[in-house]
Design a binder for this molecule. Structure first.
Ligand code: ATP
Length: 319
């Protein structure tokens, strides 16, 4: 399913929380809405779902206009053919895994071949042996999989994920990232994923929309967002940025301790050192900012670090 937002906007109590936004989510892609708390990610997702009504603009799912302020179109959520996975999984505690996974189909009164469709969804998430259990008898990751099975059982054109991994511990979270991504890819389902976690966004997405104050600052592939951030906000929000001036920065891996022809050379006092396993992360002051650098050997605070920056990797902005 292709999703097209055309000048979609939203205000609450006279405050505009989504500025007019135009954005296309390609069919079968995994797209993330990334930004700090309060930037409008969930509001944008809820407008696609039909759970929030935009004040203006149009919203298209494939060739169907599901919302148009001018033409007074507003298709209810159940007619949009979308699936949802929420942060708290939203499972019914008194229902078994099977009944929870069947919930969407029953709610739509779409009960033809219900048993086989629910079993197929449970098999996809490797929970076929858990049908008769209740949510409290499952781990966090398994509950998350039930929520996913419920979403895919209705065969949606798109799944909307609202911070679905944030209730999980760090290790499980990383595992579920891979699992969710490979499941949505193998099913070919368009996914729109909300998170404020840049690592999650970078590792899972085909494209990321970085939001700031209700505005999409950049909409690009993760690699482009990282290496060619369009604005200062994006550069600061995604990855570590080391500022050379108000309009120039480099990422930590653009610097090394080995002299290189044409490199920009600095000698900096080390402020702090953190061991990362494969390298050391060093913080060193530079004018009124601090740089984050990688170092192959242990170095102590107070010692001097020689830094050689590859000039071709310096990122520049127009102020
Ligand atoms: P978070 O990561 O904290 O969930 P978010 O980026 O998803 O944040 P939204 O939940 O979309 O942000 O909220 C955007 C802004 O709109 C916030 O300032 C929020 O307080 C406000 N807001 C959201 N829903 C409502 C509502 N129903 N009534 C009034 N204000 C709202």
């Amino acid at each position: 399913m292709k999703i097209r937002l055309d000048q979609i906007e939203k205000s609450f109590a006279g405050r505009q929380v989504i500025r007019p936004t135009t954005l296309t989510v390609e069919d079968g892609s995994f797209t993330t809405l990334l930004g700090p708390s309060g930037c409008g990610k969930t509001t944008l997702l809820r407008m696609i779902a039909g759970l929030e009504t935009p004040d203006g603009g149009e919203l298209w799912l494939d060739d169907t206009c599901v919302f148009s302020a001018a033409r007074r179109i507003d298709l209810p959520p159940e007619k949009r053919g979308l699936g949802f996975v929420f942060q708290d999984f939203a499972l019914w505690p008194h229902m078994t895994v099977f009944e929870n996974a069947a919930f969407g189909l029953r709610a739509k009164k779409d009960t033809k071949d219900l048993q086989s469709r629910v079993r197929e969804a449970l098999r996809t998430v490797r929970l076929e042996d858990f049908e008769t259990r209740y949510p409290h008898q499952l781990s966090g990751g398994q509950q998350q999989r039930v929520a996913f099975a419920r979403a895919i059982a209705v065969h949606p054109g798109c799944i909307l994920f609202d911070e679905p991994l944030s209730a999980l511990d760090a290790l499980l979270r990383e595992e579920m990232r891979h699992e969710l991504r490979s499941l949505t890819s193998s099913l070919g389902i368009t996914s729109v994923f909300v998170t404020h976690d840049q690592t999650e966004a970078m590792s899972m997405s085909d494209r990321i929309a970085v939001l700031n104050g209700g505005r999409v600052e950049q909409y690009d592939a993760p690699e482009v967002i990282y290496h060619r951030p369009a604005t200062e906000f994006v550069a600061r929000f995604v990855g570590k940025s080391n500022w050379l001036s108000e309009t120039e920065l480099f990422r930590p891996e653009a610097a090394s301790q080995t002299p290189a022809a044409g490199a920009l050379h600095c000698e900096l006092p080390v402020r702090s050192v953190q061991y990362l396993g494969d390298s050391y992360e060093v913080t060193a002051p530079y004018h009124d900012t601090a740089w984050t650098l990688r170092c192959g050997q242990r170095i102590k605070p107070g010692e001097t670090l020689s830094v050689y920056i590859d000039p071709s990797q310096i990122i520049r902005f127009e102020k």
